[in-house]
Design a protein around this ligand. Structure first.
Ligand SMILES: Cc1cc2nc3c(=O)[nH]c(=O)nc-3n(C[C@H](O)[C@H](O)[C@H](O)COP(=O)(O)OP(=O)(O)OC[C@H]3O[C@@H](n4cnc5c(N)ncnc54)[C@H](O)[C@@H]3O)c2cc1C
Ligand code: SF4
Length: 342
């Protein structure tokens, strides 16, 4: 279920193990968030999303062992491990031994942070909208087409924010933002980019390749601050108001574009998935894991596995690995069932 990086990887792994996979995707195109939202160059490979994920899509589309149902969802599901029947929204029935839920996440909707200007000012964008601009090859203000002198990227929008019920860190948005700052500078060298942060979490090998590089080579300015609000100034620019938490002083800086580094919410369809498949969700609304160490790919129902951002904020690389792991575990468990029966 779900043809993002995790689901595409799971389907390819089932086929590589010599079994048949059925991929059910609710949208009419495959590829998940990186394709549906038009991401630009991916972290950490630097490859365009359409090429990198496109390769994963063609691998399953060209594979005779993978049947793809697009624009379809599972509306009914019954049976037991080794012999489940899923009824799709188009009326078709699919028999399957196991299920991998690779149903991903929903981007945080910045409307839920109204004081930061999204939905009020045309020049306040999300990272996905800014990435679409980068993919189109030109940086300009949506309101009047001028080249921005200054762009602010606000981190942790819809993440690490107890006020709006999102306590988790979305894991990749610091690195994605450092990357975006460099992409903006490459396309528009006269634009200055500021990143407003609480802490920077460019974990592991992302630290030098993105955080330090964006400062040292691309002159991105990092401001440790608490943002209070984004308002309009008299000349049509945006004012980012807040407190510089290093020097503990209020700061008000004018910008031409403000970008919200939006985080990952649980898939908004998780309550529906939970009731159709009879699985539990954890307290934030992501899919609950069966057991961390001996059944890492499991859910609370036997025979149903999960992978990628369905479990919580995840990177593409890890979603791909988890998709392969969940598929391998499903195949191994099915083999064990057959051996037991025979
Ligand atoms: C702004 C932003 C930029 C990012 N950039 C990067 C980056 O550069 N590098 C990186 O490593 N990570 C990046 N990420 C994280 C990346 O998006 C995720 O790691 C990745 O998309 C997770 O893959 P997935 O397959 O688990 O889920 P998804 O990509 O969300 O795919 C899930 C699929 O399931 C389908 N689906 C959902 N519900 C159903 C249903 N009920 N029935 C059938 N199908 C369903 C969806 O339509 C979708 O196709 C970024 C995240 C954000 C928010
Ligand atoms: S990765 Fe960075 S921007 Fe994203 S939620 Fe975590 S700290 Fe905030």
């Amino acid at each position: 279920m779900g043809a993002g990086p995790a689901g595409l990887s799971a389907a390819a792994t089932v086929s590589a193990a010599g079994y048949k996979a059925v991929l059910v995707e609710k949208e009419d195109i495959l590829g998940g968030a990186p394709i549906l939202s038009g991401y630009a160059k991916l972290v950490p490979s630097g490859e365009w999303a359409k090429d990198a994920i496109g390769r994963m899509v063609s691998r399953v589309e060209e594979d005779a062992a993978v049947t793809v149902h697009k624009g379809a969802k599972v509306t009914q599901f019954e049976g037991e491990p080794g012999s489940f029947t899923a009824t799709l929204s188009n009326g078709e029935k699919v028999s399957t031994g196991a299920v991998v839920l690779a149903t991903g996440f929903t981007h945080f909707d910045s409307i839920n942070k109204p004081e930061w200007g999204f939905g009020t000012f045309e020049d306040v964008l999300t990272t996905t909208q800014m990435e679409q601009m980068v993919s189109a090859g030109k940086i300009s203000c949506p309101s009047d087409g001028r080249v921005p002198e200054r762009v602010a990227i606000l981190l942790c929008v819809g993440s690490r924010d107890r006020q709006i019920g999102r306590e988790w860190c979305s894991k990749i948005c610091c690195t994605v933002s450092a990357n975006l700052a460099m992409e903006i500078k490459e396309l528009s060298p006269q634009t200055d980019v500021f990143i407003y942060y609480m802490d920077i979490r460019t974990f592991g090998l992302y630290e030098d390749k993105f955080y330090w590089k964006s400062q040292e080579e691309f002159k991105t300015k990092y401001v440790k601050a608490r943002i209070a609000e984004v308002t309009a100034s008299g000349d049509g620019r945006l004012l980012v108001k807040g407190e510089d938490t290093l020097v503990k002083r209020p700061i008000i800086i004018p910008f031409d574009i403000v970008v919200h580094a939006i985080g990952m919410d649980p898939n908004e369809e998780n309550p529906e998935l939970s009731s159709v498949f009879g699985i539990a969700l954890e307290k934030h609304g992501f899919i609950e894991r069966a057991e961390h160490y001996t059944n890492t790919c499991g859910t609370t129902r036997r025979g149903i596995y999960a992978a990628g951002a369905a479990y919580g904020p995840e990177t593409i690389d890890d979603s791909i690995s988890q998709g392969a792991a969940a598929a391998s575990r499903a195949v191994a468990d099915l083999n064990a069932l057959v051996q037991k029966a025979g």
